[in-house]
Design a binder for this molecule. Structure first.
Ligand SMILES: C[S@@+](CC[C@H](N)C(=O)[O-])C[C@H]1O[C@@H](n2cnc3c(N)ncnc32)[C@H](O)[C@@H]1O
Length: 270
């Protein structure tokens, strides 16, 4: 177990503008947020009330995907980028419950996540977790730092949940995904959760436009086809790219006939 990295590439801490990590924390009912985050979060709720259902469903999807990878696919290494503030069922908690020797690298660029990173570093003695402060665009740094505890000759699950929508089209998110996938061997996996632009179309467009007026880093919802495009060259695990509450739902998950503007999928590198 190691402490958070000193220094790094986080954005400076400016609590006067909303930041997605803290807005998301507010929607989840957390306390690690500031007035500007709460205001922006409430404005989104006003135009898109399902957002609080959607973020909870995303955490549940994270838990099901990690459990699938650890228990059924035999994955023992995770690279979780855009980790978020510690919440219930963090990646290492779910994975190490199945296989205590699992190693997890957490990556985020929010200084507030860094402040709380100790809660992510409660690894089992047999396994390991580290926290790396980096921007998703800086794949070179992420892969270099991750190699401190991950063996890139063995399969790795790359987790990009609720973070690719923070990368605008002009920064080529598909190329970022491709660079990460190029660094991992066959048998590795990609997990994505991504807000949908083609479900609850008007509500999503309005709420995202309002959010982007206030936030420093704009967010972009994407269509089913665009999210599917991130999995180019991979074999999708059944049921493919779906509204994420429908991905291998179990007892206690949302009913399948509910519409949620949030896609989720898992793909395997052949
Ligand atoms: C909506 S939260 C998702 C948290 C978690 N992955 C989940 O699904 O529950 C998005 C996280 O991505 C981080 N993030 C946003 N843009 C990023 C970037 N360019 N590089 C690294 N992290 C980023 C934010 O700081 C935030 O913690």
């Amino acid at each position: 177990m190691e402490g958070p990295e000193a220094g790094g590439d986080s954005s400076p801490l400016d609590t006067s503008v909303p930041h997605i990590a803290r807005v998301y924390d507010y929607w989840l009912g957390g306390k690690d947020n500031y007035a500007a985050d709460r205001k922006a979060a409430e404005q989104v709720i006003a135009t898109f009330p399902d957002v609080t259902v959607s973020v909870r469903a995303q955490r549940a999807f994270l838990g099901r995907a990690v459990h699938y990878l650890a228990a059924e696919a035999g994955i023992r290494q995770f690279l979780d980028i855009g980790t978020g503030l510690p919440s219930a069922n963090n990646t290492h908690e779910v994975a190490q419950q199945v296989a205590p020797q699992t190693r997890i690298v957490y990556v985020d660029n929010d200084p507030v996540v860094l402040l709380h990173a100790r809660a992510l570093l409660t690894s089992t003695p047999e396994g390991g977790t580290i926290y790396v402060e980096a921007d998703l665009r800086d794949t070179g740094k992420i892969l270099d730092e991750a190699a401190r505890i991950l063996d890139f000759s063995q399969p790795v699950a790359i987790m990009l949940l609720g973070v690719l929508h923070c990368i605008p089209d002009e920064d080529d998110p598909a190329d970022i995904v491709a660079r990460l996938l190029a660094a991992v061997p066959p048998g590795s996996y990609l997990v994505i959760a991504h807000p949908a632009s083609d479900v609850a179309v008007d509500q999503m467009a309005t709420s995202m436009r309002n959010y982007n007026k206030q936030a420093r880093d704009p967010v972009t919802a994407r269509s089913h086809a665009q999210v599917s495009g991130f999995f180019a060259g991979l074999d999708l695990v059944e049921p493919g790219v779906v509204q994420l509450h429908r991905w291998r739902a179990g007892v206690g998950d949302l009913a399948a006939d509910r519409e949620l503007a949030n896609y989720g999928a898992v793909g395997r590198k052949p």
